[in-house]
Design a protein. Structure first.
Length: 583
């Protein structure tokens, strides 16, 4: 029997053909396009990278000194004298600085301070090198001396510990720079280093082991589906099939065959079959994609395992472009598409993710879809970019049991402030009144909080302190401060370039002040919203090194070390193009 979804196009492979790559396109280059605020950064970045490379490699005085100004003015100790243990147990020790050094020493002490910094890692070892990196997030010109400027940088070192296990150091350095003009051209050299933040972690054992190959290699299509990058398939599938390879489909986890083990459904871009991997008792997987009827070729952005018909097994909701398919499970991981797909009421968007809850209290699960631009996440044109309200509307469907689903977005109040660019949503009872409220995370602007009052929703994000303007990607809920209510950790992207440029924008009046605050808020990174106990929130004051979870796509609150306190896992990253200086 044919799948109800549109069949994928044929894949034609040419013998001996090389893998194509995305072409480089001319982009915005800060130093040549009149963006002077980035000039100091462009001078400092390669020098700081070289300094960190020398620190992680040879550590020789000659290699270090080549990055220092002849007028080097001093350095504070890079390891504070007084460290306080803030976490101890289960093979992990975390220490913070009780106080930071303020007195600078001369250049002669720099080698000593650097030796103290890397001492936990032991002597240089080519087989087990230190990983050292620095990211500049502010620049400030010297108003009196145009040849000097200052930067702040997040500095990170990690590697095998001399005492066994793994050691990691997280710091903030404030670096003074001096611009020199030798015959070879303009360069910058480090004039001073001050320590502004310090913490270290010593893990005496590994908390996780990578078992990807052990678990998935038994799948016959493992190499083709999971080991290759997006470029392998990008030019080898029909663009009409949804040629969107940005890795935003996620996975769905649930017990598909009723054996008590959690299985994995892997949505795929158009032209590649979706995968159902059944969990075997020995920890490996069985590829049941074809036998389950789930190896459809349509582009699939999201999926949820959940029991939609209350028969005791896990059905699957599958988002494919503007459609939402319900795949009914017979209890033995055989899925059928018995009803036509649910469709978005507005054709101008693409479903990005799904959430479910019994919001009307009738005993079955209802569905909510976050919708993004119809041309996909790489083609959207949000206006204004920091608080866009020209996106496609999200949609909600009420579960009517045997009668199917009814689209009820406007009927239940979820059409309020509903023209955003939504990435994710979750249902939680934030005000402890017994029904699930809805939090929606939006890219390019403010988020939504819909309070549920007996099955009807009211948008209260701004009034409740939960709007959290930013580049929202995901959200996780849990009792972070252990006061008995549900808090929110919101995954927003943190931009070092955004922080640098915004800090130097000129201000000529109140309107500029407000706009600059909005720009700055957009680039500042992750947020922790603490519930006051009544469904309203206060944003916690997170330090810069905590806000920086990178291009953070969907953080998760969970207790990693079983100590009763919630930790944060923050996956991040994005496509890296061939032109490094292209902003």
């Amino acid at each position: 029997m044919l799948s109800p979804l549109f069949a994928g196009s044929a894949l034609l492979l040419l013998a001996g053909a090389t893998t194509p790559t995305l072409p480089a396109r001319p982009g915005f280059e800060a130093r040549t396009d009149g963006h002077e605020s980035e000039d100091p950064f462009e001078l400092a970045r390669p020098e700081l990278e070289g300094f960190m490379l020398a620190l992680s490699g040879s550590r020789s005085a000659d290699d270090i000194n080549r990055y220092l100004s002849p007028n080097f003015a001093g350095v504070t100790p890079l390891v504070p004298a007084r460290l306080e243990t803030v976490l101890e147990g289960d093979g992990l020790t975390v220490r913070h600085a009780r106080s930071l050094p303020t007195e600078r020493s001369t250049r002669d002490h720099l080698e000593e301070y650097l030796a103290d910094l890397v001492e936990p890692f032991g002597p240089p070892d080519a087989d087990h090198p230190i990983h050292a990196e620095a990211k500049i997030y502010t620049t400030e010109r010297d108003a009196r001396r145009s040849y000097r400027f200052t930067t702040s940088a997040l500095v990170h070192l990690d590697g095998p510990a001399q005492a066994g296990g793994h050691f990691q150091i997280n710091m903030v350095w404030r670096l003074g720079w001096e611009i020199l003009t030798p015959e070879t051209g303009t360069i910058a050299r480090i004039r001073s280093i001050e320590l502004e933040h310090y913490e270290d972690l010593h893990a005496r054992r590994a908390f996780f082991a990578d078992v990807t190959l052990d678990t998935l290699a038994s799948s016959p299509r493992f190499a083709e589906d999971f080991e290759r990058g997006a470029g392998q398939s990008h030019f080898r599938t029909d663009t009409l099939n949804g040629n969107e390879f940005v890795g935003q489909s996620g996975i769905a986890i649930g017990d598909a065959n009723g054996d008590g083990l959690e299985d994995v459904f892997v949505p795929q871009p158009g032209g590649l079959p979706n995968r159902l991997l059944l969990h075997r008792p020995d920890g490996t997987v069985e590829d049941a994609s074809q036998s389950s009827g789930l190896d459809i070729l349509d582009p699939t952005q999201s999926a949820l395992f959940l029991d939609l018909d209350n028969d005791g097994d896990q059905d699957l909701a599958i988002a494919s472009e503007t459609r939402l398919w319900i795949a009914r499970n017979d209890g033995a991981s055989h899925f059928s598409f018995d009803a036509p797909a649910l469709r978005l009421p507005d054709a101008g968007g693409m479903i990005q993710s799904l959430a479910a809850a019994d919001w009307d209290g009738d005993g079955d699960l209802d569905l909510y879809a976050c919708v993004y631009d119809e041309d996909g996440p790489l083609e959207a044109i949000p206006r204004p970019y920091f608080d866009a309200v020209n996106g496609p509307p999200n949609a909600a469907w009420r579960n009517d049991g045997e009668e199917g689903f009814s689209e009820v977005t406007s009927e239940i109040g979820l059409d309020q402030d509903n023209r955003r660019f939504s990435h994710a949503a979750l249902f939680e009872d934030f005000d402890a009144d017994g029904d699930p409220d809805l939090y929606v995370v939006n890219d390019f602007g403010a988020n939504n909080l819909y309070r549920n009052d007996g099955g009807h929703f009211t948008e209260i994000a701004e009034a409740a302190g939960a709007a959290n303007l930013g580049a929202g990607m995901g959200v996780s809920a849990g009792d972070v401060d252990r006061d008995g209510d549900v808090d929110l950790f919101v995954a927003n992207t943190w931009s070092s370039a955004g922080n640098r440029i915004i800090s130097q924008l000129g201000v000529s009046g109140p309107r500029d002040v407000k706009r600059r605050e909005e720009y700055a808020r957009y680039a500042q990174g992750t947020s922790l919203l603490l519930n006051r106990g009544d469904g309203t929130f206060t944003e916690a004051d997170l330090p810069e090194e905590t806000r920086d979870a990178g291009w953070n796509f969907g953080s998760m609150l969970l207790d990693i070390n079983n100590d009763g306190a919630l930790d944060i896992y923050a996956p991040n990253g994005f496509l890296t193009g061939p032109v490094r200086d292209d902003l």
